[in-house]
Write a protein of this length. Structure first.
Length: 259
């Protein structure tokens, strides 16, 4: 089946790219798992939970274990992301959720709203399907998230493709800590914010190169040009590691609980 998740440029044809990016945070101190944060913010005893943009299902596993009496449904617009996810699952778009008004106890939208072309419409859908008093949990990146690696990748991309080339972090800015509250407060009376921050110290070039490869689909060029981008990035990292033991940056995530 053709995959067309608008806004994410085919990055979610399969789960490998996302898994590669998440593994970079194994080097984060203090260690924290965003799944634990979301689990702690869930309402008690939900009966129906939708994880919209569930990806490869890392939140689903935990929520199903924590709430065995609940139906916890994984929803994603990209069928390939769901290939290894246990049912109940559904291919659907956040802007048109196939559930009746006021039928759901909790909706999760974790690190996905920046991909949705009409964010206000998706947030409106979350409000529509939630029961009165139901809970929406949202996560995204802070505005200053991962500044150093994104600057490094942007230098490599622009060295090959020119100074005005689109860089992958631009899409995340569609919905980050700077503008998320505006979208959420427009639809929910109560919006609480929780932030988690850690220092990522990467001891070798490989995980940073793997991350750059994982965002290949966002870079509009042929494979030969992308190979040149990789070569520029690798050379810069070689110089960096000749002078430093680690490549350091802050990884910060913000969670919103909306009711
Ligand atoms: C960064 S991944 C996050 C996955 C998961 N929530 C997590 O945090 O591990 C974004 C996910 O949102 C999905 N997605 C993008 N646009 C969507 C849309 N309009 N409706 C539903 N899912 C969408 C993608 O296919 C992808 O699986």
């Amino acid at each position: 089946m053709a995959v067309n998740v608008e806004g994410s440029k085919g990055n979610y044809a399969h789960a490998g790219n996302l898994k590669s990016r998440v593994s970079l945070y194994d080097y984060r101190e203090p260690q924290f798992d965003p799944v634990d944060v979301a689990a702690d913010l869930m309402p008690a005893d939900p009966r129906l939970v939708l994880d919209v943009g569930c990806g490869h299902g890392r939140y689903l596993k935990r929520l199903r274990a924590d709430h065995p009496a609940a139906a916890v449904v994984g929803i994603d617009a990209a069928p390939g992301m769901l290939s290894e996810v246990e049912p109940p699952i559904m291919v659907a778009d956040a802007r048109a959720i196939p559930y009746p008004d006021g039928s759901v106890d909790a909706v999760l939208a974790m690190h996905m709203l920046y991909h949705v072309p009409d964010i206000a419409k998706a947030v409106g859908e979350f409000r529509r399907v939630l029961k009165p008093g139901g809970t929406l949990l949202v996560s995204t990146n802070t505005h200053d998230d991962m500044a150093e690696p994104y600057a490094h990748w942007a230098r490599a991309i622009r060295a090959v493709l020119g100074p005005d080339t689109y860089i992958p972090s631009a899409e995340v800015a569609n919905f980050d800590s700077a503008n998320a509250p505006d979208y959420l407060e427009a639809a929910f009376g109560s919006v609480e914010r929780f932030e988690k921050r850690g220092l990522v110290s990467v001891p070798e070039p490989r995980p940073l190169m793997d991350y750059l490869v994982s965002i290949r689909s966002y870079v509009d060029c042929d494979d030969a040009a992308f190979d040149r981008i990789l070569a520029v990035a690798a050379a810069e990292l070689e110089s960096h590691f000749a002078a430093h033991d680690v490549f350091e940056f802050e990884k910060a995530i913000v969670f919103y609980r909306c009711r």
